[in-house]
Design a protein around this ligand. Structure first.
Ligand code: MN
Length: 742
């Protein structure tokens, strides 16, 4: 319980305000701070009687958000003031944007207004509203990126204090954080914030897993540190003798990224070999940076052998989010691969703090390069997608996700300009990137002087030349070739234009057909015929006429019906179902915030993650009657929670421990005589489980086996895994989430 002690609280508020000033000071040096103080006073008054869920005074929250903005992101006065005021207008009707404008000017008013309009998705029930709010946020982002940076700080503080939320809400908030906010932080280059958001999300989504990994990290810390000390000793010595001013940073990876690696590679913690990277940060003047970094590279590879093909030069070609660094992987004397990252102080700051630091240094870099920086391109790209008027909101989110997550390929134009595209992009994407008209009229493409098909995927370093003809127009199948939002949007627009022309043609044809039967088509009869044929709109009907897809018999039948007036005055024809997927009415809103026992539901098990009793789960309904149970950390579930929270409930297994479920185990080891029968014996004779499938791959002396069996819960599967590990010759046994075809 939180005990209210007003005297103590007052002291704490002042303490936190001072912490904010210190954070600001450390980064920029406080200029005149009376505006910030005024904002602090206004916020304190506006939230005076309010408390957070924890019971603490509300003002703690804006103060903390402002401190993150000043210290961890490194923004200045305008952003700090806006952060302090971000909840004022929303929470207290006595305060308006106008008041803020009068006291703090247009900029602050604009940002606070933007922040007030962004509602967190989890507060809404409708999935479209959720996505709509996200879209609005990104719209604002393209005007002033500080809105999104403050929003990220807001989310970070809410995640840090998530304990006070009810458990069911925690999971939705955590899912939304993973789905939207950590990718955004990543794209903006806020590496530290991104990692913390991911770790916190995992902590609430999969508490057990989070605890296990962080405990293991702690347990292995001493051993890791002594290894690193030995490893860096000769490098340190070499650098010191060369008079290089440096610092070495050897933090471990985040819990979340370790967990991801374990999942992707299906390996246990013990087999994640790159738990840390060695970062060498050197002091170097701007014009010397590149040569100094390569000098350090030479010193390292003088001492250790580098792994082939693991050199990454992000200095010559920085990533789109501004990241610059030199990466190499070398062999340590004990036979372990170690990743070494070499960067200057400036590069390090950009890597950690991203956009803000990028801004700070931007003036120093030559102007052309600054203008071509990937982030500006990205913002321009976002703005373009956002402007498309009728973009289906859910598809829109996919487009954004594509832009957010993908890595890039770099290719050259015939004139030697470098262009970057998401990896997986095709030559058609490239054509549209250069110019929409070039894309629309593209008939052929040469990559490195050879003719290639339009769906040819680009690789970094390719030189690409587009051949265009005025007569050529986009075709339907181009949508299968292009993956970038820009190209797909342009193709859809062009096809829509074509369809319009074809529909006009179709309408004329239809009038002619009906005319032959002495039937004059009125606007109403067109609507009725279109419904009769099962089309969503007359435009679709006309288009199908143009495509010759309407049989004459249907026209005759319809005319017969019309003339006999079989349809009543008010009635309409039943629609034939034709590629329609109406949003089914789902009345489960009252279920929000409650945990449901699976006993009460008609449910099935999701095949993407195969949950077992003991796993944290949610249930999703596509139609309001049947439920599909996923693990809360299943990527599909995370997406569903973020997008369709209104169709998700939090579920518990109840008495389901009595039933059996399918569990999967992946095993590897040395093949020997009777290995299979030993495994089967452990499972069916010793543990009495029924094996459903057993698949084994051998190569030389090694084997890999995939096993699915009927068990009760996670306790069973963990015990089985432990038993299998005892068998002679087994090197790993882990739980499988996705099964092979069974
Ligand atoms: Mn807030």
């Amino acid at each position: 319980m939180y005990n209210i002690d007003l005297q103590k609280e007052k002291k704490e508020i002042v303490k936190r305000y001072r912490a904010l000033m210190r954070a600001w000071n450390a980064n920029k040096g406080v200029q005149k701070n009376n505006q910030v103080r005024k904002a602090f006073i206004m916020a304190s008054q506006a939230h005076f009687t309010m408390r957070r869920r924890t019971g603490e005074p509300y003002i703690y929250h804006p103060l903390e958000v402002a401190r993150i903005v000043a210290g961890e992101i490194g923004l200045g006065e305008t952003a700090i003031i806006s952060a302090l005021l971000h909840d004022v207008v929303e929470d207290n009707p006595d305060y308006t944007i106008e008041m803020i404008r009068q006291k703090f000017g247009d900029k602050v008013a604009y940002i606070v207004d933007g922040l007030t309009k962004i509602k967190d998705g989890y507060e809404r029930l409708e999935s479209t509203a959720q996505v709509e709010s996200i879209k609005k946020m990104l719209l604002t982002l393209s005007d002033d990126v500080r809105v999104i940076l403050i929003k990220l700080a807001d989310r970070l503080h809410n995640m840090r204090t998530l304990d006070s939320m009810p458990a069911s809400k925690q999971q939705n908030i955590a899912a939304e954080t993973l789905y939207l906010y950590s990718p955004l932080a990543h794209r903006l280059g806020l590496y530290v914030i991104k990692s913390e958001l991911e770790d916190l999300a995992l902590k609430y989504n999969e508490p057990e897993i989070y605890r296990t990994i962080s405990t293991k990290l702690q347990e292995t810390e001493i051993e890791r540190k002594s290894f690193i000390q030995k490893f860096i000793f000769p490098i340190k010595k070499a650098m010191a003798s060369q008079g290089i001013d440096f610092e070495i940073d050897t933090r471990a990876k985040s819990v979340y990224s370790i967990y991801k690696k374990m999942q992707v590679k299906e390996i246990p913690f013990e087999e994640v070999y790159d738990l840390f990277a060695v970062r060498i940060i050197i002091e170097s003047p701007l014009e010397q940076e590149k040569i100094d970094c390569w000098r350090v590279y030479t010193l390292i590879t003088d001492n250790y052998n580098p792994k082939q093909n693991r050199l990454r030069d992000w200095i010559s070609t920085p990533k789109a989010n501004g990241y610059e660094s030199l990466h190499t992987t070398v062999m340590s004397p004990t036979g372990q691969w170690v990743e070494v990252q070499i960067r200057t102080r400036r590069m390090h700051e950009i890597a950690e703090r991203g956009y803000a630091a990028h801004w700070k240094y931007k003036q120093q870099i030559d102007k052309d390069k600054a203008q071509e920086s990937g982030l500006d391109d990205w913002l321009a790209e976002l703005r373009k997608i956002l402007k498309s008027p009728d973009a289906n909101t859910l598809n829109f989110l996919d487009d954004i996700k594509l832009t957010l997550f993908s890595d890039e390929v770099f290719v050259w134009t015939p004139k030697g300009h470098l262009k970057s595209l998401p990896s997986g992009s095709t030559v058609l994407d490239f054509a549209y990137l250069v110019h929409t008209e070039l894309g629309n009229h593209c008939i052929g493409v040469k990559v490195n002087r050879n003719l290639v098909p339009l769906d040819h995927r680009l690789r970094s370093g390719d030189q690409v030349e587009i051949i265009a003809s005025k007569k050529s127009i986009p075709k339907e199948e181009w949508l299968d070739y292009a993956i970038t939002p820009r190209a797909r949007y342009s193709i859809k627009e062009a096809l829509k234009e074509q369809r319009k022309e074809q529909a006009t043609e179709g309408r004329l044809q239809l009038e002619e057909t009906f005319g032959k039967h002495d039937f004059i088509l009125s606007k109403n009869s067109i609507t009725r015929f279109s419904e009769y044929m099962g089309f969503a709109s007359p435009a679709d009907l006309f288009y199908n006429v143009f495509q010759n897809k309407i049989p004459v018999e249907e026209v005759e039948k319809f005319i017969h019906l019309e003339q006999n007036e079989i349809h009543s005055q008010t009635g309409t024809y039943n629609r034939k179902s034709r590629n329609e997927s109406p949003d089914l009415p789902v009345k489960i809103k009252s279920r929000q915030g409650v945990t449901y026992d699976l006993e009460e539901l008609d449910f099935g098990i999701a095949t993407c993650c195969h949950p077992l009793p003991g796993d944290e789960i949610i249930a999703y309904t596509p139609d309001g009657t049947k439920w599909i149970v996923h693990r809360t950390n299943c990527p599909e579930a995370i997406e569903l929670m973020a997008r369709r929270a209104n169709r998700i409930i939090h579920a518990s297994w109840g008495n389901k421990h009595m039933n059996t479920f399918l569990g999967g185990i992946k095993i590897s080891g040395f093949d020997r005589k009777s290995m299979i029968s030993d495994i089967i014996r452990v499972i069916s004779d010793d543990m009495h489980y029924n094996v459903r499938s057993f698949h084994i791959d051998t190569s030389g002396e090694l084997f890999e086996a995939y096993l699915s069996l009927f068990i009760h819960d996670t306790v069973d599967i963990n015990r089985t895994i432990e038993q299998i590990k005892q068998i002679e010759g087994i090197s790993t046994a882990t739980r499988m989430l996705k099964f092979l075809k069974t």
